[in-house]
Design a protein around this ligand. Structure first.
Ligand code: SF4
Length: 383
């Protein structure tokens, strides 16, 4: 559900970049879906959010053990508490404090509801939260609330964003790109700037869970949006990253080359990726402890109740395969940009049932490639 392409100086709460991390050893981002409970019931929810908490959710003690495990990745590991609505749990502030005390960089993605009050935002800032990420899928109450299916969500989100700024808590805005929202992107960009956000995370729809009810944009439109985002990133007072669209890095490289730059379609100078993808710089732990390469790739490597998150991330066959660009097949496997891009492994799984297949959202045709072009229709995979 989170990052695959970065630009801007402050894309990370530590100003760390993906290339600063040896992603074979630790994720750049570790997301823990603390609950699937949420007062909202967005039609497209990845988490298939429910009104009530699941009885088998990780307990507070199990959650703290998970945070200890995340700490074993190394100093300053970034942990995102997501949901559902993480504030649907009554121990969320305690978990933030515990993580901070143990050297983790704690961030959170609460839902934009009336219960996200100024007081709660201030409590999170006092607990040491590094960043709060809020979703805005429209630039007005009319468009955002229609997308979220909940009147009042836009106003609650904007109020919480202002509360974060007043509390000195850095703000990230997450936006879903699909046929229903793409026309509003320029106005959302302006709102992101007005709200003083440090990062705009632009998520290109993956058709999993309830997300299948939305319409993805086609590859040509996606290419245009990414070219536009490169220009936004050059001028905006905030950083820009894409989620589940690593071809943003390919597009940025091509643009820089066209402007006379010397950018190369390889890993950086010490052989590491310049961004992250599912399982390579990214790990997701579900509300019941299952470990996935991303929140949009529902193939589990194991469960933290039985195995260490560190071991699953470093040594499971699933994660290891996702970190090998030469294991990719089809168009992505033939592509000279596979080391900096690699395509969305989540979208490959959602559409082909194979996490190593091609990403059908990409318009690029590698030179000399004459194999089949991937299909963007959702696969009949069990989710
Ligand atoms: S073909 Fe695959 S690896 Fe190449 S740019 Fe497109 S998504 Fe990336």
């Amino acid at each position: 559900m989170f990052g695959t392409g970065y630009s801007g100086a402050d894309a990370h709460p530590t100003s760390m970049r993906p290339s600063d991390v040896d992603t074979s050893q630790r994720p750049f981002v570790c997301i823990w879906e603390v609950t699937q409970a949420c007062a909202l019931a967005c039609e497209h929810c990845r988490a298939d959010a429910q009104p009530a908490r699941h009885p088998d959710e990780l307990t507070t003690a199990e959650g703290k053990a998970l945070l200890d495990d995340a700490r074993a990745f190394g100093d300053g590991q970034l942990v995102v508490l997501s949901g559902g609505d993480p504030l649907a749990r009554d121990d969320t502030v305690d978990l933030v404090e515990y993580g901070v005390e143990n050297g983790l960089r704690m961030t959170m993605t609460p839902s934009g509801t009336e219960s996200l009050t100024r007081e709660r935002v201030a409590d999170l800032a006092d607990a040491g939260l590094r960043r709060m990420a809020l979703s805005l899928d429209g630039a007005s109450a009319a468009t955002h609330d229609a997308f979220r299916g909940e009147a009042g969500s836009f106003d609650s989100t904007v109020e919480a964003a202002r509360a974060a700024r007043d509390a000195g808590l850095p703000l990230q805005i997450n936006t879903t790109v699909c046929a229903q929202t793409v026309g509003d992107l320029p106005a959302i960009r302006d709102l992101v700037a007005d709200l003083g956000a440090v990062l705009w995370s632009v998520f290109f729809l993956v058709p999993v869970g309830r997300g299948r009810v939305l319409d993805p944009i086609d590859p040509e439109r996606a290419e245009g949006v990414m070219e536009w985002l490169v220009d936004v990133a050059d001028d905006a007072p905030f950083g820009v990253k894409t989620t589940e669209a690593p071809h943003y890095r390919r597009v940025a490289l091509q643009q820089k080359r066209a402007e006379g730059g010397t950018a190369s379609p390889a890993r950086d100078g010490i052989g590491r990726r310049t961004g992250i993808t599912a399982g390579d710089g990214f790990a997701f732990v579900s509300h019941v402890g299952d470990v996935y390469p991303s929140g949009f790739l529902p193939e589990s490597a194991g469960n933290v109740r039985e195995e260490s998150l560190v071991d699953l991330y470093r040594d499971s066959a699933l994660f290891e395969s996702l970190r090998d660009p030469d294991a990719l097949t089809g168009k992505c496997g033939a592509c000279e940009f596979r080391n900096v891009c690699g395509g969305s492994r989540s979208r490959a799984y959602a559409t082909a049932g194979d996490p190593l297949a091609s990403d059908p959202l990409c318009a690029y045709e590698p030179e000399g490639y004459d194999g089949p072009m991937p299909d963007q229709s959702p696969a009949e995979v069990e989710l």
